[in-house]
Design a protein around this ligand. Structure first.
Ligand code: CU
Length: 167
């Protein structure tokens, strides 16, 4: 990718060819790392999103609930989570937490070849004015909307209020 791998200092033809060869190998390696093994259309410049680890702690009241998940992007283009819809609430907002203060944001970034993580004490969804009170064992259907990628529908399992992933 960079010229730095092929310095222009005194080179014989043989070593120059070697340097060019390494540069090509490096470029191919980067292209492979960027595709993330996501099937066809490598390098098409689109975000490739998948959602995992979703859960909603059983809300204490019908006033408010939160939800967490991870959005993985194996594409080489960044995206943004811009809104969420669900039949559970007409008022769903995106929040980030800085220190112990949470604030509403217009979007949450999904980096290229990276992840957006929503977790307790960090980024989260906030559902206000619930249409029902979900209980552990049920599922809540939410649709995630992104700036670029198509919407993703997620069946979010409702967990006990004190549930923490990996415990
Ligand atoms: Cu919040």
């Amino acid at each position: 990718m960079t010229r730095r791998t092929a310095p222009r200092t005194r080179r014989t033809p043989v070593s120059r060819r070697t340097a060019i060869g390494s540069a090509l190998a490096l470029t191919a390696g980067l292209a492979l790392a960027g595709c993330g093994g996501g099937g066809d259309g490598h390098g098409d410049g689109k975000p490739r999103l998948s959602v995992s680890g979703a859960y909603m702690p059983q809300p204490v009241t019908q006033d408010m609930a939160g939800a967490y998940f991870v959005v993985k992007n194996t594409g080489s283009t960044a995206d943004k989570l811009t809104s969420v819809t669900s039949d559970l609430s007409k008022d769903i907002t995106l929040h980030k937490t800085t220190g112990n203060k949470m604030e509403q944001v217009d979007s949450l970034p999904v980096p290229a070849n990276g992840e957006l993580t929503l977790r307790a004490g960090g980024n989260h969804l906030m559902f206000m004015g619930l249409t029902r009170k979900p209980t552990a064992g049920q599922k809540v259907t939410v649709e995630l909307h992104f700036a670029t990628a198509d919407p993703v529908t997620v069946e979010v399992p409702v967990k006990p209020a004190d549930y923490r992933p990996g415990k």
